[in-house]
Design a protein around this ligand. Sequence first.
Ligand code: FAD
Length: 384
Amino acid sequence: MKHYDVAIIGGGPAGSATAITLGRLGWRVLLADSAPAGRFRVGEGFPPSARSLLNDLGVLEGFLDARHRTSYGNVSVWGSDEPHADDFIFHTHGQGYQLDRAAFDQQLRTAARQAGVSVHASTRLSQTAAEDGFHLQLSRDGQEQPAHSRWLIDAGGRPAVFARQQGAQRLTDDRLVAFYLLLHSPQGTDQDGRTLVEAVEHGWWYSVLLPSGERLVTYLSDLDLLDRQQLLSSEGLWQQLAQTRLLWELCQAHGYRPGTSVHGMDAGSGRLSLFHGERWAAVGDAALSFDPLSSQGIATALYCGQHCAQAVHAALQGDPEVLPGYADLLTRIYAAYLSNRQQFYGMEKRWSESTFWKRRQVRKALFNSAGRAKRAGSSDLGLT
Ligand SMILES: Cc1cc2nc3c(=O)[nH]c(=O)nc-3n(C[C@H](O)[C@H](O)[C@H](O)COP(=O)(O)OP(=O)(O)OC[C@H]3O[C@@H](n4cnc5c(N)ncnc54)[C@H](O)[C@@H]3O)c2cc1C
């Protein structure tokens, strides 16, 4: 049976960033990711300010060689009927990207392997507590393989199954859900790499042109305010899209039609009540999850992954005092995020009777984030 210092549940950005950092520090690390190879997933907007995180992880060169789509800014219909363009050219960090997300996640796992990490793709990791750490079970294609680790990191995304088994609770701040669809255009005339955002009476939409040439359209609203069955039906989301202005005009101009079925997922804001415990820590969406309006999920996962690794590195060397500092960092990031989220939503005042917007109205006037609906001239949320 193989023995590891650290086992990581989940090979998304958070798990890989943690694994790369721990691997380079010389620890024996196992990283398991259950997602089927090449599976499509949403979460593609990569803001300009996040490039430095890839540099810190030593993966920027490979990233720039990959086929992600360059994004020069955002266009939003938010707080007013007029579209507002925010060009990244006016910001210090340069261009952003619409990621080929499967390729991006794969690149990070490859970097983890190069850092000496034992990477297990398409493999589910489960565990039971042992006196000196955890007994592990790696499951792939019906085959089981045992292993052992001293430490365990939950980077398994929003469900945070392991952290919750350890007694942490998921504290949620809203019930936002996302419904998305990929559109196909026979014309192939669309070249707009910008993120389009449009507020509507009961929520908001965003759309991006993916590197594949497909256009992603995503509707976000609160779970209790929408008709889930209707949205998931073949024409449901498409009919809802027809109520928009900017996005519908774009679809008409390029002859877009639905190319896939509709998928729904949790997109709410939340955090764990506990970020670490006896021989374990949580990172990425497992620890903190953000509203997609922020476009900060991946950057935060990369940033916190490196900090989580440093805290676990210290603990493995006999200094557990660094872990509370890590928890404090996450608490501060989440507080800053909530404040920014309130600023964004507070800007939209056109539907004063709408429950969705009423839940999100605030009085503060400051505005300071790098999110999708960002206005020209505002400064980035400084994560680094
Ligand atoms: C609709 C929507 C749009 C978004 N858009 C953006 C965006 O534009 N920009 C942005 O920065 N962020 C965006 N996000 C957020 C972003 O996708 C996440 O913040 C990011 O993926 C978090 O990375 P992670 O590594 O923590 O978790 P994940 O990327 O969720 O990775 C977790 C991995 O763990 C695996 N796993 C779970 N359990 C196990 C197990 N037991 N064994 C092995 N593997 C396991 C899962 O299969 C998964 O691959 C969006 C989110 C939503 C919902």
